[in-house]
Design a protein around this ligand. Structure first.
Ligand SMILES: [Zn+2]
Length: 236
């Protein structure tokens, strides 16, 4: 009953302690964040920018063990050489929220595969388990606006849209009562007057035929009655 929630620093609802904040200031003052091209800070920024888009996570989902997963469902990946300096990376939460974290001060980082991912030996930024982001989460992540020009990328996007459409259908099938009632009354009255119009000219003709036939029937019955009376009179 006293099971502790293993909330990671990157999970929603994480509370920063005073100790965290002090450490954060220390880490953010460190030199390795500054510098130009080819510096560590530049590489980290490139990584964080790429992590805003779906292809980044899609690629990692298919490359083995580069994605970690917190017990609360947040997927995260470390920047390739950040293990030697600190633990820096990017994450995607269950609702599709994307963010970045910089440095060891973002502790703890629990992983259901490898344990405390931020306490692992330097250079081992990969997970010991294999995680891939589910399709339902991947479609929440925006596409890279710079991509999509290659035929393969267009095909991939078409496949994703189809998958998203099927998922939406599944959701719609689960909750139909609100959607179902309005359609039947709307289309029903509209076609009826349209069909009645071509029928209308036939209406009087039919009515005339029926009235003629019914009057003929009445005449026939009258003649039959006369004939029967005649027959009856003839027998006497
Ligand atoms: Zn892991």
């Amino acid at each position: 009953m006293t099971k502790k929630i293993m909330r990671s620093a990157i999970d929603a609802g994480f509370r920063w302690s005073a100790a965290h904040r002090i450490l954060r200031e220390v880490v953010e003052r460190e030199r390795h964040w500054s510098g130009g091209m080819f510096s560590y800070g530049y590489a980290v920024n490139m990584f964080a920018n790429a992590a805003k888009y779906r292809d980044f996570w899609e690629r990692r989902s298919f490359s083995h063990s580069s994605v970690h997963l917190t017990p609360l469902g947040t997927y995260f990946a470390f920047q390739g050489n950040s293990g030697r300096v600190d633990w820096t990376g990017a994450y995607v939460r269950e609702d599709g929220t994307i963010g970045r974290f910089q440095g060891r001060h973002n502790y703890p980082l629990y992983c259901v595969g490898c344990g405390r991912a931020d306490l692992r030996v330097a250079d081992e930024f990969m997970c010991t388990a294999e995680f891939s982001l589910p399709a339902t989460l991947l479609i929440k992540i925006p596409l890279n606006p710079g991509g999509g020009h290659q035929p393969t990328e267009r095909r991939a996007e078409a496949a994703w849209r189809e998958k998203a459409r099927l998922l939406e259908q599944e959701h719609a099938a689960k909750a139909p009562p609100i959607v179902e009632p309005p359609p039947p009354p709307a289309p029903a009255p509209r076609p009826q007057p349209v069909h009645e119009r071509p029928v209308k000219p036939r209406g009087p003709v039919e009515a005339l035929l029926i009235s003629v036939l019914s009057s003929l029937w009445g005449t026939f019955k009258f003649l039959l009655l006369i004939a029967l009376i005649g027959l009856a009179a003839g027998r006497k």
